[in-house]
Ligand binder design. Structure first.
Ligand SMILES: [Zn+2]
Length: 293
């Protein structure tokens, strides 16, 4: 997705295009730049880029991309050359957290965790008012916090017991299939849960419980004020919350849990897009670029 977003986080225009099953970095960059020119008509001044996987926000290098095989790709400088504006890049989930800090419900919150619950699970951390990226830019890998000894909880990362393996959209689908023999999307399972289907409600409760257990680890370690959930599965947060509460009750240090707010993002599906403007805003605040008005 490509969009025009102002530095107040308002999305003016956006354009979505499906990518083919296989593509390389050159195809990706030329498609994105084509869309940017079509959409922005040269009216934009700076560019933020959100990428999955691992990015070096300082150099704008895309170090590792899951699925596509793209690695060590200087995406920010290439896009910058093609569009003729300064460009910056960072991991998509980090940018969701930055969007929440600058434009969402956490504008006055110094310490919070962002959690994307979608097909996978990702996390971003804002500590003492700053996005915390860690040594290699991969801090906040919430999806790979260990929450269970279950042997069937095999994660794509190669480990066993990660929260992603038991609470993501994929995990919800797999748990419902195991429970009922029926193959359904996480969204359809949520609809069933609301209509009184007990296996569906149980699957959501369990996913919530594991999320709550992982949030407990983060809260006990970091003394965060909020955990903000985004991503497709989080749109059914009401079904997850009873389990999350149980996970917190059983696993979180009581003083860390006291006053901890769990909420859904108000930024909806545009969080990562708005995060691109947040990244630009962060660079301006840090003196890494200037804007002329
Ligand atoms: Zn994992």
């Amino acid at each position: 997705m490509v969009g025009v977003v102002d530095l107040n986080g308002r999305v003016w225009k956006k354009l979505k295009r499906e990518l083919p099953a296989r593509y390389d970095e050159n195809f990706l960059v030329s498609t994105v730049c084509e869309m940017a020119e079509e959409l922005g008509e040269g009216a934009y001044e700076l560019c933020g880029i959100s990428v999955p996987g691992i990015a070096d926000a300082h150099s704008g290098q895309w170090l590792y991309a899951p699925f596509s095989g793209i690695s060590d790709f200087p995406i920010a400088s290439i896009v910058s050359d093609k569009l003729g504006v300064m460009a910056f890049a960072d991991n998509d989930v980090n940018l969701c957290a930055l969007a929440e800090k600058y434009f969402g419900s956490c504008r006055h919150t110094e310490n919070f965790l962002w959690v994307t619950v979608s097909n996978g699970i990702g996390g971003g951390l804002v500590l003492d008012g700053e996005l915390y990226r860690g040594r290699d830019g991969i801090a906040g890998e919430f999806g790979h916090l260990s929450v269970t000894d279950r042997e069937d909880a095999v994660c794509d990362c190669g480990l066993c017991g990660c929260v992603e393996a038991v609470a993501s959209g994929r995990a919800i689908k797999a748990a419902y299939l195991k429970e009922t023999g029926r193959q359904m999307s996480a969204k359809d399972i949520a609809v069933l849960a609301r209509s009184g289907d007990k296996p569906a409600a149980k699957v959501y409760f369990e996913a919530g419980y594991y999320l709550g257990r992982a949030i407990s680890s983060a809260a006990s370690l970091l003394n965060i004020e909020r955990a903000v959930l985004g991503g497709g599965v989080s749109m059914d947060l009401d079904l997850l919350l009873p389990g999350i509460d149980e996970g917190l009750r059983r696993h979180c240090f009581a003083k860390s849990a006291a006053g901890l707010k769990i909420e859904g993002t108000a930024l909806g599906y545009d969080a990562a897009l708005i995060g691109c403007a947040a990244l630009v805003k962060e660079k301006i605040e840090n003196g890494q670029c200037k804007i002329f008005v």
